[in-house]
Design a protein around this ligand. Structure first.
Ligand SMILES: NC(=O)c1ccc[n+]([C@@H]2O[C@H](COP(=O)([O-])OP(=O)(O)OC[C@H]3O[C@@H](n4cnc5c(N)ncnc54)[C@H](OP(=O)(O)O)[C@@H]3O)[C@@H](O)[C@H]2O)c1
Length: 282
């Protein structure tokens, strides 16, 4: 055991589940959170299979009461949070005209306000300790807007802006802030997007229906050809947790890098952080 405590969100499936396992293997005491603890069996089975233990706790990132209760519980039990992994997220398929106010708010609540509020709840403890690391899973969709993903991209862009603003400040009190930006990952994500977007997709009329078909055809099946696994991303997160000086930005595959290349010149994102950190130096 490292004696260090990691809090991970969205551990029922995919990236979160594997991240909880990889961090436990690395010696962290892992508080693996999920909004519905009835879904914990897959995580517990994997933990048993690889011979680690994780502590499951309820945390719905859309509920401030849930965030406060989870952080208070962890602090009462462990007295510290060394690593926060903001992983929970959910997509939505539909362009602006098909996105209801409820769809937009749910997408922003899950992907952005949840990250904001949980980070705000954990940060004072890290600042008091003079150390800590906050790793947030965004997406290539946090760097590049994509048609029919406007709400999701807006939310991920918001996280990017928040974290890029916070990183140079947090650095001043020993807290490192990192972004992980995957392209396609083969998890439950697509199924969950399809289910939450059913109504928008079913009512998509012209000219959007034809445009959507063309867009899907031109995009190809990137999940089959370039998709990473949840565990690929978990290994990247565990590696970021382990190094002394983690890069601010990790674009997780060459495919993801090629997708955002026209927008990102410095693959590490370090130059932006450094430039603003320099302005904070006395
Ligand atoms: N899969 C991709 O292609 C892809 C690409 C780029 C970035 N990402 C990002 O990667 C991260 C992990 O996604 P994934 O691929 O592992 O998808 P996933 O298998 O669908 O996992 C998403 C996790 O987030 C949880 N979640 C959703 N709403 C929540 C809430 N209100 N409170 C707490 N947890 C909540 C889900 O819980 P439930 O089981 O209860 O729904 C699930 O555990 C997300 O931030 C996603 O945006 C995914």
């Amino acid at each position: 055991m490292t004696g260090k405590v990691a809090l991970v969100t969205g551990c029922s499936t995919g990236v979160g589940l594997h991240t909880a396992i990889r961090l436990a293997e690395a010696g962290y005491s892992v508080v693996a959170t999920m909004r519905d603890v009835a879904k914990q069996q897959a995580l517990l089975n994997e933990a048993t299979r690889v011979g680690v233990t994780v502590e499951v706790k309820v945390l719905d990132v859309c509920s401030q009461a849930s965030i406060e209760a989870a952080v208070a519980d962890v602090m009462a039990l462990h007295g510290r949070i060394d690593l926060l992994v903001n992983n929970a997220g959910a997509g939505f398929l539909g362009s602006v005209e098909q996105t209801s106010d409820a769809d937009l708010r749910r997408t922003m609540e899950t992907n952005f306000f949840g990250v904001w509020n949980l980070t705000k709840a954990v940060l004072p403890h890290m600042r008091a300790a003079g150390s800590g690391r906050i790793i947030s899973v965004t997406s290539v969709g946090g760097l590049l807007g994509q048609p029919f993903n406007e709400a999701y991209c807006a939310a991920k862009f918001a996280v990017e802006g928040m974290m890029e603003g916070l990183a140079p400040l947090a650095q001043q009190f020993g807290v490192q802030v990192c972004l992980v930006e995957p392209g396609p990952i083969n998890t439950e994500f697509v199924a969950s997007v399809r289910s939450s977007s059913q109504a928008a997709l079913a009512t998509m009329a012209e000219p959007y229906a034809t445009l959507a078909q063309r867009y899907m055809a031109a995009s190809g099946n990137v999940f089959a050809t370039h998709g990473q696994t949840g565990d690929d991303i978990a290994r990247i997160i565990a590696a970021l947790a382990a190094v002394d000086s983690p890069d601010f930005r990790t674009i997780t595959s060459d495919f993801a890098m090629a997708t955002v290349a026209s927008k990102v010149v410095d693959r590490t994102g370090n130059s932006v952080i450094e430039a603003f950190a320099n302005r904070l130096k006395g």
